[in-house]
Design a binder for this molecule. Structure first.
Ligand SMILES: [Zn+2]
Length: 115
């Protein structure tokens, strides 16, 4: 299953790291939500809000343990290949990285949603 961690631009900026595979959306393949949270923290996500802006809220939110994930890598329940977003914050960089259990990290540029 795949679990989508959507980044909140706490403090007015997004974290991006092409090497670690961190962008607006970090999609993690895992057996369940707890494993996804564990793997996300290994990638470099954090769920304690440390250093984040208090008014903007935490940058990353852990999956609920009841979350079943999606069968294919998805953003807001749309497959990442066809997912569209209102705002592209990452310029020419991938908006999403998919982290497979076999270690592959695959970047995707998402299409802009027509207004
Ligand atoms: Zn703020």
């Amino acid at each position: 299953m795949f679990f989508d961690f959507s980044q909140n631009n706490s403090g007015g900026g997004f974290d991006f790291d092409a090497e670690r595979g961190i962008s607006h959306y970090v999609i993690v393949e895992a057996a369940d939500a707890d494993e996804a949270n564990y793997r996300a923290e290994r990638i470099g996500l954090y769920f304690d809000g440390e250093g984040d802006c208090a008014c903007c809220g935490d940058r990353w939110t852990a999956q609920w343990s009841s979350d079943a994930g999606t069968a294919v890598p998805s953003v807001y329940d749309e497959p990442v290949e066809s997912a569209t977003v209102y705002m592209k914050w990452m310029g020419d960089n991938p908006d999403a990285f998919v982290h497979y259990v076999d270690g592959r990290i695959v970047g995707h540029s998402l299409a802009k949603k027509p207004l």
